[in-house]
Design a protein around this ligand. Structure first.
Ligand SMILES: Cc1cc2nc3c(=O)[nH]c(=O)nc-3n(C[C@H](O)[C@H](O)[C@H](O)COP(=O)(O)OP(=O)(O)OC[C@H]3O[C@@H](n4cnc5c(N)ncnc54)[C@H](O)[C@@H]3O)c2cc1C
Length: 394
């Protein structure tokens, strides 16, 4: 894939009073930028990374996430990029395997998905500035100052509103009293890699999920045939294993899945603690969305649906907040966020708790291997289509 070029340089960016600066061009930030640009707002979308960029993720896009893309007018995006339709979840624990039907999932690498949503934002009129590390500064005359560090130089850019979509490790609002985003004490960490050489046993169209004592590993073929590997591990298990690769190898073998060739040579990357709760999702003239607003372990593969639906939900409120941001704006976002995202996370929280009990996982796998229909209500819940946000026609 060709690199995404900036649509303006930082010197030009600081001469404009932006309606909104969106920090983070993952699926939450890029979609929020597209939505605000479609409403005629001037939007600067920045990311510290060069795009396209890889990130730790299972790359499985559920029906709810696809519904959010459709509501944003991007219903053709997945097929245009040859996303792989997924129809089966094969889950294994201690040598027992169950195959569950998956309605309407697709797999697309995050390099391709996120770059495609950024392109859609640019087509809608947003400007994109990669390689720009943002930090939040003061409010002056009801305008938020954002400091952008680009190629060793610092630029002050100004906006009426900042959307913080800076992901799981997001620090943008850290320090803006009373915002804080602590991880829960026993949280697992994420890990991932992409494998080019893939055993035939890992067929396209299936999510392979290996569950073990120290964590779980998900494997999925993406559009170009590579195998995406995404995992959640206890930190003590990684220490004991010696590396992320060895931890993944142990979980795969323990579950009874085939080993991956040269697993130690893959470019493994870890993430911060996976389960985080933001105590407040706003500061004056700034709203937080996506993983930066709170996250739960990824077993049910819903993170992108939460990120995309939070981007759709924030847009009408952000559109108003660009004009007037008062004490009620932050509260309104908290309520909306809880309604659209937090209220849907209970299954994921329950799964995260259950996954700490290997005997229970083994029992559940045995149960659903005989009666796959027992998992249907949970799968249906996870895939429920999002309601159109205010002002969006389905
Ligand atoms: C192991 C694992 C497996 C997962 N599997 C799935 C799955 O199969 N399906 C699913 O739906 N979800 C899955 N998820 C969750 C999903 O990856 C996230 O929920 C989703 O990426 C959140 O999107 P986001 O836009 O909020 O954050 P991100 O996609 O993380 O984007 C944040 C962006 O902000 C940028 N950024 C950060 N700080 C700054 C800064 N200061 N200045 C400028 N830019 C900055 C980063 O470079 C990044 O590009 C998984 C997560 C993990 C860890």
């Amino acid at each position: 894939m060709n690199p995404l070029a900036p649509t303006l340089d930082p010197d030009a960016a600081r001469c404009i009073l932006w309606d909104a600066i969106v920090v983070g061009a993952g699926c939450a930030g890029a979609l929020a930028a597209q939505q605000l640009a479609k409403r005629g707002r001037s939007v600067l979308l920045v990311d510290k990374a060069a795009f396209p960029r890889w990130k730790v993720c299972g790359c499985c896009i559920n029906a709810r996430a696809q519904g959010a893309l459709r509501l944003a007018g991007l219903g053709a995006l997945l097929s245009a990029h040859e996303a792989v339709p997924l129809d089966t979840l094969r889950v294994a624990a201690r040598g027992r395997t169950a195959a569950l039907p998956l309605p309407g999932y697709s797999a697309l690498s995050r390099e391709v998905l996120d770059a495609a949503i950024v392109n859609a934002a640019v087509q809608a009129g947003a400007h994109f500035l990669p390689h720009a590390q943002a930090s939040l500064a003061e409010v002056v005359d009801e305008h938020r100052i954002v400091l952008l560090r680009c190629a060793g130089e610092e630029f002050r850019v100004t906006a009426r509103l900042v959307l913080a979509a800076d992901g799981l490790g997001g620090r943008l609002l850290r320090g803006t009293d009373p915002f804080d985003s602590p991880s829960t004490g026993d949280s697992r960490i994420g890990a991932g890699a992409m494998a080019e050489s893939v055993p035939d046993a890992y067929a396209p169209g299936t999510i392979y999920m290996a569950c073990g004592t120290g964590g779980y590993v998900g494997l999925t073929r993406v559009e170009d045939g590579r195998l995406d590997i995404a995992a959640a591990f206890d930190t003590a298990f990684v220490k004991d294993s010696g590396s992320l690769a060895r931890a993944a190898e142990r979980v795969l073998l323990d579950a009874g899945f085939p080993p991956l060739p040269s697993i130690e040579d893959l470019p493994w990357r870890g993430t911060p603690a996976l389960t985080r709760t933001a105590s407040q999702r706003y500061a004056h003239r700034a709203l937080v969305l996506g993983d930066a607003a709170g996250y739960v372990e990824p077993f049910t593969g819903e993170g992108m649906a939460w990120a995309l639906t939070s981007a759709l939900a924030v847009a009408p409120l952000a559109d108003q907040a660009i004009g007037r941001f008062d004490a009620s704006t932050g509260q309104a976002w908290e309520q909306l966020y809880r309604r659209t995202v937090t209220s849907r996370q209970f299954i994921c929280r329950a799964m995260a708790a259950a996954l700490r009990r290997p005997a229970l996982v083994q029992g559940l796998v045995a149960l659903v291997s005989f009666a796959p229909g027992l998992a249907a209500p949970a799968i249906r819940h996870v895939n429920q289509l999002p309601a159109p946000p205010q002002g969006v026609q389905p």
